[in-house]
Design a protein around this ligand. Structure first.
Ligand code: ADP
Ligand code: MG
Ligand code: MG
Length: 210
């Protein structure tokens, strides 16, 4: 059975927390270049609150874990990223349904997440935001699901696409969020939210890899 269960979702949250903590300074530096320098702190605070809440919770499905992540991030992260991350995990929870996830479930979850971020933030691909990591990740997961790949393979492809998408934000001029105030001067720097999204998706793939 290569479906992804509740233990995987909890492990994802834990690995996301440790990755964000490890990369807190790097994310702050990215956000200092084209924003206000708080993205690393914002997410570190959020995912630390998530793992603290999970320690006292007994979620019975991946969707229940995503819902806990969503509500916790919404109430602790703040800024632009808090509501966007919260919406992503809330939509993921709805798309995940009741049981474990197969590759189609992973694709549906990621597609719903990026659609939620776009509905809320009105950014499209190329605007130099987290959408530039999440949209290619969802597309990669759909491609794996379409050819009958495993849930684990879908997450691996999603993580790789997100990393490539985050790198590809470097030359872009920001058209949404705080970085857009810089106009052309936002080019030449990686978008912090795209980078953190890639870290979070890498955590999901690592949690599935065992
Ligand atoms: P703030 O800009 O309020 O300080 P953060 O620093 O925590 O918030 O998050 C900044 C990140 O949020 C950006 O790097 C970008 O990826 C993301 N972001 C900002 N606005 C939008 C938007 N409208 N749509 C999608 N993502 C956005
Ligand atoms: Mg910021
Ligand atoms: Mg801020």
């Amino acid at each position: 059975d290569d479906t992804l269960d509740t233990a995987w979702a909890v492990r994802w949250a834990e690995l996301a927390q440790s990755s964000v903590a490890e990369n807190r300074i790097a994310l702050m530096e990215l956000d200092r270049e084209i924003g206000d320098g708080d993205h690393g702190d914002n997410l570190d605070r959020g995912f630390t609150a998530v793992t603290a809440k999970l320690a006292d919770a007994t979620p019975d499905s991946p969707a229940a874990v995503f819902k806990l992540i969503a509500t916790t991030l919404m109430s602790t992260v703040g800024g632009a990223a808090g509501p966007l991350y919260g919406t992503a995990f809330l939509r993921a929870a709805t798309a995940a349904g009741q049981g474990p996830l197969d590759a189609g479930g992973v694709a549906a979850m990621l597609t719903a997440a990026v659609e939620g971020v776009q509905a809320r933030g009105k950014a499209t691909t190329g605007d130099k935001t987290m959408v530039d990591a999440l949209a290619p990740a969802a597309a990669a997961a759909r491609s794996v699901a379409e050819v009958g790949g495993s849930a684990r393979a879908a997450l691996k492809a999603a993580a790789e696409a997100a990393e490539e998408g985050a790198r590809a934000t470097e030359p872009l001029v920001a058209r949404k969020g705080r970085a857009s105030y810089l106009g052309d001067r936002s080019a030449g720097h990686r978008d912090p939210g795209a980078q953190s999204s890639a870290l979070v998706l890498r955590a999901a793939a690592d949690a599935a890899a065992g």
